[in-house]
Design a binder for this molecule. Structure first.
Ligand SMILES: [Zn+2]
Length: 214
């Protein structure tokens, strides 16, 4: 509609698209290698990565987090209580409107939410052998640095929220509420953002607003 928005929409594509392609190929690689890839380099409990990228008609927000930050554990849910924890966390993650607030003038609406986690996809099915369970239980008792080498006990969550905005040119900030949504989970969120004309980084240690202006 407004020509300015349209103009911005076209200009931002190469930068945002390049970023999205990079992220997509990373995800594809992780999927291809399955569980062996669940420890990609920077898995540190409490820390997560958030990418905010302008699209032609809105915004895409991507979270890459250790599963422990949202579920409190990284093994497959074993008890009823753990299943409930997983379900509740997934519901919270699906509700992008509660997790992020884009400035009002942009008139954005959540279009889709996609949450991927090995825990989320396996938790209500398979039986696992007792050895795995024993291992997973010990996971929690040891200090994290020590078991960091134990790949089998780590797992990530990847979530993507897509917003459609009536005034994409007016997007200038995103309020992030992940800390209060998961009070036991996040200690630090490293944010990278990219718009039509700019890109930047921010580091959050509590709920806060990320400005998408230089
Ligand atoms: Zn872990």
């Amino acid at each position: 509609m407004p020509t300015q928005a349209h103009h911005n929409g076209r200009k931002l594509v190469p930068l945002a698209a390049a970023l999205l392609i990079a992220l997509a190929s990373q995800t594809a690689l992780a999927e291809k290698h399955g569980h062996d890839m669940e420890q990609h380099g920077s898995h540190e409990h409490g820390v997560a990565r958030l990418t905010i990228a302008a699209t032609e008609d809105g915004l895409e927000i991507m979270l890459e987090s250790p599963a422990a930050n949202v579920f409190g554990f990284e093994h497959n849910a074993k008890s009823e209580a753990e299943h409930e924890v997983v379900h509740a966390a997934l519901e919270t993650l699906q509700d992008g409107a509660a997790l992020f607030a884009i400035n009002d003038a942009a008139a954005c609406k959540l279009e889709s939410a996609n949450v991927e986690s090995a825990i989320a996809t396996r938790h209500d099915a398979e039986k696992h052998d007792e050895h795995d369970h024993d291992k997973a239980e010990k996971h929690d008792e040891h200090d994290h640095d020590k078991h960091a080498a134990d790949k089998s006990t780590h797992s990530d969550v990847d979530a993507t929220w897509a917003y459609h905005c009536a005034q994409p040119a007016a997007i200038d900030s995103v309020n992030v509420k992940l800390f209060s949504a998961f009070p036991q989970g996040f200690e630090e969120i490293d944010v990278e953002w990219v718009t039509a004309s700019n890109a930047g980084k921010a580091e959050l240690e509590q709920d806060g607003t990320v400005s998408l202006k230089p």
